[in-house]
Design a protein around this ligand. Structure first.
Ligand code: NOJ
Length: 716
């Protein structure tokens, strides 16, 4: 039998470490195992009170009402033997009282500063409700839109996801973790969860180490560099070993290589699920393997508590390993100020979103809107006579809030926003369908009638909130139910039609788009989705969002992502024996980085500060971007590179930078990106990170599928 001893990982302020030493010296094994346990969701019963008094729990999931949280914390601090505080964790994913767009929508803003502000507001609201810790951000890279959890992440690109991960951590954790309005963040799901085979949630993942390091781990590393307090170990099996028992990812990468000194919580019952994975023989083995791997805290299942003592008694686990796991938990509790009188607020009554928070939600929703098609129908003239609004998603607060919303307080639906903007009498509303699974066409006639009576039709189509998020994978990506038929019927009325699509993932809607004069993709835009959409459609704001995930033409193209390898036979339209399909194009419907504006931007050729750079040096790339259209607008400028040959083949393009510009009509700005050769490094077959000398290309471009490239060389 192995007796496992793991050395302390990282240095932290000496005073905290001394206090932890003193506590550990006094703690019983039971109290240590208690710290390593998070109780499942539940109210504060007498049994729970008694357990807290005994030190049975280190953390409560949710923890009940703010008043219950305050009472439980008092019990922990005053009535438990050592007065160790509880840490309350909860899913605050895109807002607490104020619902911001789903993360995939937030990413489409390409505006990390605005994303940081949304997390700051969420942290203020959460801390005021007595929550210490949010299970966010989710930074799983996803290349498969069938996976319902694409809604919760930032898309397919590691650079974008890393920028958003860092922004979220800074937003939640603020300047210091112990500030009254800071909460601890938790980067999840560590790691590889987004690569679920077939896009089926919880499914197995196979990710070669170079891909793991270059793509899937990148945003997690950015979270570490931004000072994240915790990680959540994922549900999935990765390369044969479940993520919640994986010593390579949790010990070697996270602790040894990255020197992370906070703690890891398992996902919900993920420790016990090591048995179903076929990795642990029983609950005792599951506890052993998860602790050995470095999962400090077990969420909801109780294998640590039930078996920890037996594992130590049998000398299978050294108490030092337990101590180290507890130390990392206590360290975060100290950093949060939980030992030092952090107040446990009890707000009076239900809290409503503030005007300031709603304004921020409106701004982020507006920036997240992606204009996919526009034959001149948008912006819609305000002088237009009557507008028909068709579709249940025009007036469904719950659905526009998206997955993991904590309510829909203060929500303004698109229908309400258009009525407000145009006056009730000019807005004709017909749901057409009750919801996405409605099989009755009874509502079509009223929708067609509204379309006939109107001058313009706005069709609100897409997915309900319940179709994305956890355990919400889909095998098809089409607009669910009879929505395509509804759109076709309404289009026959012959009025100009604009589709606004609300969804938690890329969907496929090629035939619908053909019938539309314009298509605006709104994701699940949150509380202020209505006003943001109305402003964009009426031209009070200009859409500026761009996709951070590729939109396929059909589900059969999945996985499809922009930063793929070239193959030996890259697809060529006229050549049969190339890498493509016989029945559909190899190109996406809308590429990564794509999004239109009401204005027009022109890019000059990309220039480099020198034709070559020595390994270790830097180059500057620049291009002039001009607003040659008629309106003031934002443009998201993207910077990509490609390595043409080296010790491994590299993707056809990789994002290395982006900037959001605001330009007046006629205004031109020089945009520059500085590239260090370290930014070009990749893992060679020996898993060494190195920059290969050789030929490279670079683009400053509006999206991943366009732009003029320039060549440059990296030399020794
Ligand atoms: C399971 C989900 O995978 C995770 O994202 C979430 O934070 C936990 N449940 C807690 O609710």
């Amino acid at each position: 039998m192995v007796c496992l001893t793991i050395a302390a990982t990282a240095a932290a302020p000496a005073e905290i470490e001394r206090k932890i030493d003193a506590l550990l010296a006094r703690m019983t094994l039971e109290e240590k195992l208690g710290q390593m346990s998070q109780a499942g969701f539940g109210r504060l019963t007498d049994q729970r009170r008694a357990e807290i008094r005994k030190g049975r729990w280190g953390s409560l999931y949710g923890g009940g009402t703010p008043a219950e949280k305050a009472e439980a914390q008092q019990i922990a601090l005053k009535e438990s033997r050592l007065g160790i505080p509880l840490i309350y964790g909860q899913d605050v994913i895109h807002g607490l009282q104020t619902t911001f767009p789903i993360p995939l929508g937030q990413a489409a803003s390409w505006d990390p500063e605005l994303v940081r502000q949304s997390a700051r507001i969420a942290a203020r609201e959460a801390s005021a409700a007595g929550i210490h810790w949010t299970f966010s951000p989710m930074v799983d890279i996803a290349r498969d839109p069938r996976w319902g959890r694409v809604a919760e992440g930032y898309g397919e690109d590691p650079y974008v996801a890393a920028a958003m991960a860092a922004a979220m951590v800074r937003g939640y954790q603020g300047e210091t973790l112990d500030a009254a309005d800071s909460i601890a963040a938790c980067a999840k799901h560590y790691v590889g969860y987004g690569a679920a085979e077939g896009g089926r949630d919880y499914n197995t993942t196979w990710i070669p180490e170079n891909l793991l390091r270059e793509v899937y781990l990148k945003p997690f590393r950015a979270a570490k560099d931004a000072g994240i307090a915790t990680y959540m170990s994922a549900f999935n099996n990765i390369n044969g070993v479940p993520a919640s028992g994986n010593e390579f990812t949790l010990r070697q990468v996270l602790r040894d290589e990255w020197k992370f000194d906070g703690f890891v919580v398992s996902d919900y019952t993920a420790v016990h699920e090591l048995i179903a994975h076929g990795y642990a023989a029983d609950a005792k083995d599951a506890a052993f393997k998860a602790i050995r791997a470095g999962v400090n805290m077990e969420m909801v299942s109780t294998d640590y508590w039930d078996n920890g003592k037996a594992l130590v008694d049998a000398k299978q686990l050294d108490v030092k390993t337990i101590d180290e796991a507890v130390r990392e938990i206590l360290r975060i509790k100290f950093r949060l100020g939980l030992f030092d009188g952090r107040t446990q607020p009890v707000p009076s009554g239900a809290q409503a979103p503030s005007a300031e928070a709603l304004a921020a939600a409106n701004k982020l929703a507006a920036e997240s809107l992606v204009l996919l098609k526009n034959d001149g129908a948008l912006p819609m003239a305000k002088s237009v006579g009557k507008v028909a609004i068709v579709g249940f998603l025009a007036d469904s607060p719950r659905d526009q809030s998206g997955t993991w919303a904590n309510g829909s307080a203060g929500t303004v639906t698109p229908l309400a926003a258009f009525r407000q903007a145009l006056g009730e009498s000019r807005v004709l509303y017909a749901r057409g369908l009750r919801n996405g699974s409605d099989t009755s066409r009874d509502g079509f006639a009223a929708a067609v009638e509204a379309a006939r009576a109107a001058d313009v039709v706005l069709l609100f189509l897409g997915e309900e909130a319940s179709l994305s998020g956890e355990a919400s994978s889909r095998a098809f990506l089409n607009l669910p139910g009879l929505q395509e038929d509804l759109a076709a019927e309404v289009a026959k009325a012959g009025k100009p039609c604009v589709a606004v699509i609300l969804a938690g993932r890329p969907t496929t809607f090629h035939d619908v788009a053909d019938k539309m004069k314009a298509v605006l993709y709104a994701w699940h835009p949150g509380a202020m989705g209505g006003p943001a959409i109305a402003s964009a459609i009426l031209g009070d704001a200009v859409p500026s969002g761009k996709l951070t995930i590729t939109f396929p033409r059909t589900v059969g193209q999945v996985p499809i992502y922009y930063n793929h390898l070239n193959t030996g036979r890259p697809p060529a339209a006229q050549e049969k024996f190339t890498s493509k399909y016989l029945d559909v194009s190899f190109t996406p419907e809308y590429p990564f980085g794509y999004g239109l504006s009401y204005s027009k931007f022109e890019y000059s050729a990309t220039k480099a500060s020198a034709p070559q750079v020595k390994v270790g040096g830097k180059l500057t790339f620049s291009a002039d971007v001009a607003n040659v259209g008629a309106v003031e607008a934002d443009e998201v400028v993207q910077f990509y590179t490609r390595q043409l040959a080296g010790s491994v083949a590299r993707p056809v393009r990789e994002l290395k930078g982006f900037q959001r510009l605001h330009l007046k009509p006629g205004e031109k700005r020089a945009v520059t990106f500085t590239l260090s050769t370290d930014d070009l490094a990749s893992y060679n077959p020996q898993m060494k990170l190195a920059t290969d000398p050789g030929a490279f290309e670079a683009w400053i471009a509006p999206d991943s599928a366009s732009g003029e490239k320039i060549e440059f060389a990296v030399v020794r």
